[in-house]
Design a protein. Structure first.
Length: 95
């Protein structure tokens, strides 16, 4: 079970990173609460997860300011996308 702060790949596309984090949420019954670039490990991200008790939908990660089909805004942050620091918005997709 991955609760707390865990490494997240920095070499993925935003879509692949959203899928990776969504998979982790679904398999560990957790909820993403934050995502940041790892200041101690260039090219790596850190994802924060908390335990959850109800089902949730998948994530969308898009460049900051880009329209998204996401309905619940989670955070605006700077993370590694395809190995490059990128400003992104993270949303929860509708059911």
């Amino acid at each position: 079970m991955s609760v707390g702060q865990v490494p997240a790949p920095g070499n993925l596309t935003s879509s692949d990173l959203a899928n990776e984090l969504s998979f982790q949420e679904q398999s560990d019954f957790t909820r993403l609460t934050g995502l940041v670039a790892d200041s101690n490990n260039v090219g790596q991200n850190l994802a924060n997860f908390t335990q959850r008790t109800v089902p949730i939908t998948y994530l969308a990660i898009v460049p900051t300011g880009t329209p998204s089909t996401g309905t619940a805004f989670i955070t605006n942050t700077t993370v590694y996308i395809s190995g490059t620091l990128t400003s992104v918005d993270v949303y929860r997709l509708p059911i």
